[in-house]
Ligand binder design. Structure first.
Ligand code: AMP
Length: 286
């Protein structure tokens, strides 16, 4: 069994360690998370290990980043369980858990943000206008502290991964981004820390996101279908569940995120659905 991960709490200590690794030319695989870990997160840690090998280092950050939450969102309620996260990281062979405080990340007088201006306008960016500014800012900061050679992001947050890749290109971060597949529950629901918020009734309906993706996949398997028609089909399917409210559904090019009017195999679909106050997202290549 691997030993427990070393816990680092300050930016200075993290950077010091990262520079030692850099001097030794060791590979560093980095998995940024907000904690309350599940099997999807663990799959990213395993992907990081595969990328850097037994001699490399795997770093997981656990930080619920306030700048990516709007004042009306679930920041204070976001689920946390550091003891459990620590155990999951140890079992996954993680070398270092970087878990900074808010004061450490956003000290008094903090005033610099990173803003991606194209890919971040639609979908999650349209529904949550300040969200991606928070994401790109915290990810840039974390990259500068951990100095990874490779960072792993989940396809669960497809738009986020695309924006981070764009930021890495635009700002010349010297690292590689890997996007790893979505891990799902038995009924197709994508694993998410937020699934904990669902009532039993909502949980039993939540498989509808996956059904919507499957429905669209089947519809475009043999011929292209207008996005408007697929949007109607999706809205209808979501509305068959009593606790749901569709926030958005989009069909787009997986590289540019540009909306597609005619949807074919290979088009990316993403949707966001409210179950009461809980908002779940999912996506797939059709
Ligand atoms: P979070 O803790 O929700 O900020 O997620 C941290 C990372 O884990 C992000 O790169 C997510 O895309 C990824 N992730 C979250 N859920 C899943 C999942 N079900 N499968 C794969 N990756 C995931």
């Amino acid at each position: 069994m691997p030993g427990p991960a070393r816990i680092v709490r300050t930016a200075a200590a993290m950077q010091r360690l990262a520079k030692e690794w850099q001097a030794k030319k060791l590979g560093v695989g980095f998995v940024p998370t907000m904690g309350y870990l599940h099997a999807g997160h663990v799959s990213l840690m395993q992907r990081a290990r595969k990328a850097v090998g037994a001699k490399g280092l795997v770093v997981v950050s656990i930080y619920v980043n306030p700048t990516q939450f709007a004042p009306t969102e679930d920041l204070s309620k976001y689920p946390r369980d550091f003891a459990r996260d620590k155990k999951m990281c140890a079992d996954a062979g993680v070398d270092v858990i970087f878990a900074p405080t808010d004061k450490e990340m956003y000290p008094e007088g903090f005033s610099t943000y990173v803003i991606e201006e194209k890919l971040s306008r639609s979908m999650e960016g349209a529904s949550r206008p300040t969200h991606f500014r928070g994401v790109t800012t915290v990810v840039a900061k974390l990259f500068n502290m951990v100095l990874p050679t490779v960072a792993i992001f989940g396809a669960k947050d497809f738009q986020q991964a695309a924006i981070v890749k764009q930021m890495v290109r635009d700002l010349n971060f010297p690292l590689r981004i890997i996007v790893a597949p979505i891990w799902r529950e038995a009924d197709g629901l994508a694993m998410s820390s937020r699934n904990k918020y669902l009532s039993p009734a909502q949980r039993s309906q939540a498989g509808v996101l996956w059904l919507a993706l499957e429905q669209a996949k089947t519809a475009v398997a043999k011929r292209a279908v207008p996005a408007a028609q697929l949007t109607k089909m999706t809205s209808w399917l979501i509305s068959t569940q009593s606790e749901t409210r569709l926030d958005y559904v989009e069909f787009f090019d997986p590289e540019t995120l540009a909306p597609e009017k005619l949807v074919r195999r290979g088009t990316q679909m993403a949707l966001a659905v409210f179950f009461g106050k809980t908002r779940l997202i999912d996506n797939a290549k059709l």
